[in-house]
Every structure is written in structure tokens, then in C-alpha cells.
Design a protein around this ligand. Sequence first.
Ligand code: ADP
Ligand code: MG
Length: 365
Amino acid sequence: MSDLKLTAVKKSFAKTEIIKGVDLDIKDGEFIVFVGPSGCGKSTLLRTIAGLEDLSAGAIEIGGKMVNNIDAAKRGIAMVFQSYALYPHKSVYDNMAFGLKMNGIDKEESAKRIQHAAEILQLDQLLDRKPKQLSGGQRQRVAIGRAIVREPDVFLFDEPLSNLDAELRVEMRVQLTRLHRRLNATMIYVTHDQVEAMTMADRIVVLKDGRIEQVGSPLELYKQPRNKFVAGFLGSPKMNFIDAVITQCDCQHTQITLPGGVSLSVPKYSLVAQVGDKISLGIRPNDLIALDDSQSTDKDFDIQIDVSEHLGGQTIAYGSYADQSLIIELDKDFALKDQHQIAVKLPVEHCHLFASDGLSFTAAQ
Ligand SMILES: Nc1ncnc2c1ncn2[C@@H]1O[C@H](COP(=O)(O)OP(=O)(O)O)[C@@H](O)[C@H]1O
Ligand SMILES: [Mg+2]
């Protein structure tokens, strides 16, 4: 079994606390993605799990066994980094064989493992090449192959696709998802790219400033972000936020007012708020409803559009309403008329409401 359990994990460098108390259970065979802005501590947390950094406090268990004081080499973990770190003068085969030799694996077993990994990663035709004779994507596959041949219980990936161009990144993303299905191993994958997180993860762990903001499946986090940070971080284009004020709040209903005087009745949720409270209304660009008829009675307000991007399948339009920046995703057939003004409806059921401290009223906390 290769489940992982982190309990109150902390890590400081000198006096600076970088990881500020992380609790997390990872199931055997799960694909977990750590996502968060640059500098939030993703690599530090991963390196701590790998045993490349000592813990400052807390405990890490792998397969039910506490590994705090166990060497990195003995944790049953293989790590793949952003920089491929291949030996330039060794062939692809020898790059994969090297670690095995150091671990006393005999030649025959080693050859079998390398053949198997090469097949999975489509490297069989490239085993005699040197790294400089390979493309970036091929080099990264060798780095992954080097991890596979070690047959670890847990794979750790630290932004392994960041050095690849956009097209190759998409291709490698799919290959890694396939690899996970095939090996059925526990994998922790670090990225700052929310698209990678959304597309690859069984569960996403959103990190900010050394703390977990939320853990859940990609759709749970997308649909029920527990705070404004998670709401704004996941999803592309980003969620819109509109300043609003609570103008009525009794046991019957809650009314909020947006700039420009538009009022909306919202369900009560678990709204613990008072009249006059400033809140933030979140609505995703694809949840705003563009109306064909600018005089429609459904209209909540108009968006003034200044830039629109035609992507073929859909159009992303950027603009504003009452000094609030807004993005709206339009159907490819929507006729964006010359006046650059779109009448929109705010579907209340898709609105997220956030208190001034960022916590969501609408998500189950
Ligand atoms: N060895 C180190 N010594 C001191 N500070 C470090 C060290 N490694 C990382 N840090 C600091 O820890 C913070 C988090 O870094 P890191 O884990 O690399 O973030 P991320 O991978 O999320 O971009 C940064 O402020 C970084 O400067
Ligand atoms: Mg990093």
C-alpha cells in the first residue's frame, strides 16, 4: 500500500516558516495535484515528502509507516523535476540503468524494466541516443522513464512540463494521465498551471502561503470554491467578481445591490450577514447569459465591451459594467453587434457570494 498521510507538517528555513501546518490524506493510487501561485511552498512540501528536506514539525507516513527519519532513498519514492537532469554523455538506456545499478539491481532485471518503461513511454527506438539528440519532450520522457524503472510506490512530479512548448505540454499531459492509469501508482504532481490541475487530478490541493486553501475533485472545487482565492484561481477565463452590498436580509429573502443600482434576490444559503455588509459576487464568464434582445425584461445590466477574442468555437469578450471589469464567454453564433454593448442576465443559481474576509456564503464550508 502506498497511501500517504501528512499530519501538521511544518517546514521553516532559518526563521521563516514556509509550510505552516499541512494535514492531508492521500489514498493509494490517487493522482493528487498541488497547485498554487509561485512561491506558495509547493516544491518545499514535495521535497519534504521526498525526504530531500527535513521536517520542522509534524509527521509524514507512507503506507502506514512513519518516514520522518527515513532517508530519501529508502522511502520508495521517485521524483521527476522540471529540469530533466540527464547525464549528457550517457545514452538513454544508460541514463535509465544508472540508478538501478547504484541500487544493486542485476543487469537482466534492469534490462527488463528499461524495456518495459521504454515501451510505455515510446522510447524503444531512442535507447541508443544521447540526450542532446532528443527533443525536449523526449528528454522529459527519459526523466520519467528513469523514475518508472525504479518501481516506486509513489511518484512525485515537480512542474515536469514547464519547459515544454504549449503543444507538447498538452500532449504530455495526456500521456501522464495514461501513465497513471496504466501504473495505478500514487502520484503527486506539482504545478502552478490550473489547467493542468483541472485536467489531470483525481483531487486538487490548492495551496497559498504554505497553507491548504481547499482539497477536492476538480469539479467540486470549480463548483463549490470555499473562498474567493480558490474561486479566482481555478477556471479559465477567471471568475468575475462584482462589488455588492446586502440591502435586505430577513428570514424571507436576501437582497443584494450591485453598483449602478441593480438589485438581485438571492437564496438564503447559510448567509450570516447584515444589511450594509459589503460582499463580492462571483460569476464565471460562461455563466453570464448574453441576451439577443437588448431590451429584454430578463436583462440585469449591460456590459460595455472593449476587446473580443474570436476563438472559433466561442468568443471571449472583455469589458466593464459600472467600473467593474467583466469577462463574458459568448456562443460562437452570438451576434456581437457594432455598438459593443451586451445585455446580460445574472443567473442567481450560478452566483457565488463571498464575505469581505473571502469566505464563501454559497459553498458548503
Ligand atoms: N532552501 C531554501 N532556503 C530558504 N528559503 C527557501 C528554500 N527553498 C525555498 N525557499 C523559500 O520558500 C518559499 C516557497 O518556495 P517553493 O516551495 O519553491 O515555492 P513554489 O514551488 O510554490 O513556487 C519561497 O519564498 C522560497 O524563497
Ligand atoms: Mg516550485
